[in-house]
Design a protein around this ligand. Structure first.
Ligand code: ADP
Length: 489
């Protein structure tokens, strides 16, 4: 018989197998933390093309499982890999997932994304059924997996298999809702009553994320501040009223950092290791980064600012590109890594050309460069307009690169702002170039005061964002909706 999990995660990304952003990082560590705490956990995720599972020895465990009504004859294969002792199930159907990218190409979203992720959830339901005993908790993430909750909600009414299964849905970013044409609702297999204001309908469109919010027993998001923000029109992306109705069941649990992956004392990508008690290696990392990016040697003794993230207005990339010329005038370097809107990619390339030697830009997605920039820069920039949690500022704190960030969402919850006595970074009140510029100036002034700067760096590096505390909060939440450890039954 297959392994029977008590807690089953369903998500479209999991590091190190697949990743486009923070969701993958969370999935690569939260389930594993629970597994290490002794809980019976598994993860279900798509088998994309170009992902490397070979190191984890995947094997075919189910062939052609039927995803059921209303998709007769449509089947999925299931591979199971052993990820550090925890089973990860990969749902395989080449026509949906064997593609170069996960969700979109540079031309835009894949036209069949709705169909792909209906399939994903239906196949996950079929897999859980095939395992032979339903988990107590199905914990799904973001719009791609959001249909798990309505499926289980309606199945519980008619199929005793699901009667003890409760659902949790985590919102990693409310802006990505998976909104599709009403026509596609008829393909998803939910009953007619799921269509409507109290269901998955949202202004005549089929809104998958809304399904997750409406039908889950508990809803979480990734920081306490974001949990409050999304109840307001400013941050609610149109769903604030839907969320307000569920506010009793909504909780913000702060993400953590995976220090096996993000720790400068044991980071395989770095030229030299370093820690809060021995910072010497950070300068070697900076030198390597400057050399690799053909930046001026002089910058070794001047502050270099780093940015890693999607080039979208959410991340405030427009604010940054606007002030780069003024920053550079102060004999300061800037390194950016990201991809996204073509407009910003082009702007960045122009800046690199105009300020050769002081500005470096890498357009693309490279895990290695992300680590090198965290280590090799002095100050980390995050001028986000909203930030559900943000992981890169947590990494920058651990890498001794104090962040300059907007006071929103998880940024507010993770950075102690200067000039507080125990400050770890700089925050500014609203996403304007003026406020951002002022905060950068404060950072540059403190940088000159070597002693005070070092103290801030060390405090940031010693701040602990490990997952254990947050994982315990999830367990408490599971218990509120009926999760009981087998030994306690
Ligand atoms: P989001 O989930 O909104 O993208 P987070 O800060 O929560 O933002 O997580 C971003 C994750 O993605 C981090 O691990 C960061 O290092 C990584 N990342 C973002 N852009 C790139 C890129 N261009 N290349 C490599 N890693 C990236």
């Amino acid at each position: 018989m297959e392994f029977v999990p008590d807690i089953c995660f369903v998500a479209s990304e999991i590091y190190p197998f697949s990743k486009t952003g923070g969701l993958a990082d969370v999935m690569g560590i939260l389930p594993l933390t629970l597994h290490k705490m002794g809980y019976k956990v598994s993860v279900i995720t798509p088998l994309y093309g170009r992902i490397s599972t070979s190191a984890y020895n995947p094997r075919l465990v189910y062939e052609d499982i039927n995803v059921g009504y209303p998709w007769p004859g449509v089947t999925a294969d299931v591979l199971r890999a052993d990820f550090k002792g925890m089973p990860v199930y990969f749902l395989d159907r080449g026509e949906y997932f064997d593609r170069r990218y996960h969700y979109c190409t540079y031309k835009g979203d894949y036209f069949d994304n709705c169909e792909r992720f209906i399939f994903f959830c239906r196949a996950a339901m079929a897999l859980i059924k095939a395992i032979g005993k339903a988990p107590r908790i199905v914990h799904s993430h973001d719009w791609h997996a959001a249909l798990m909750s309505p499926y289980i909600y309606y199945q519980r009414r008619t199929d005793t298999y699901w009667k003890n299964t409760s659902t949790v849905f985590t919102i990693h970013n409310l802006a990505f809702q998976g909104r599709f044409s009403v026509r596609l609702f008829w393909d998803c297999g939910l009953p007619y009553e799921a269509w409507g204001m109290e269901g998955v309908e949202f202004y005549d469109s089929f809104n998958l994320l809304k399904g997750g919010i409406t039908y889950s027993d508990k809803i979480t998001t990734v920081s306490p501040s974001y949990a409050e923000e999304i109840l307001t029109p400013e941050f609610g992306c149109g769903l604030e009223n839907v969320l307000q109705k569920r506010s009793k069941d909504l909780v913000g649990i702060l993400n953590g950092s995976d220090y096996e992956v993000w720790d400068p004392s044991r980071d395989r990508y770095l030229a030299a290791g370093y820690s809060s008690s021995d910072l010497y290696g950070k300068q070697a990392c900076k030198k390597e980064l400057l050399d690799q990016l053909c930046l001026s040697e002089k910058l070794l003794y001047r502050p270099v600012l780093g940015f890693i993230g999607r080039f979208r207005s959410q991340k405030g990339i427009d604010l940054l590109t606007e002030i780069i010329p003024d920053i550079v005038r102060q004999d300061v370097g800037v390194v950016l890594l990201g991809e996204g809107d073509a407009e910003y990619e082009a702007k960045l390339m122009n800046l690199v050309e105009a300020y050769h030697g002081h500005v470096a830009g890498i357009v693309g997605y490279t895990e290695e460069m992300a680590h090198k920039i965290q280590a090799g820069t002095d100050i980390f920039l995050m001028p986000s307009r909203y930030e559900p949690c943000g992981l890169t500022q947590m990494y920058s704190l651990r890498y001794g690169t104090p962040p300059v960030a907007t006071a929103v969402g998880g940024l507010k919850d993770t950075i102690v702002p200067y000039p507080a006595e125990h400050s770890t970074g700089f925050v500014f009140p609203e996403p304007t170039t003026k406020a951002f510029w002022n905060a950068i100036q404060n950072a540059l002034v403190l940088y000159q005061d070597t002693e005070s700067w070092k103290k801030m760096v060390v405090r940031g590096m010693q701040t602990d964002f490990s997952w254990t505390k947050s994982a315990r909060e999830y367990v408490e939440l599971y218990k509120q909706i009926g999760y009981v450890l087998d030994e306690e039954v």
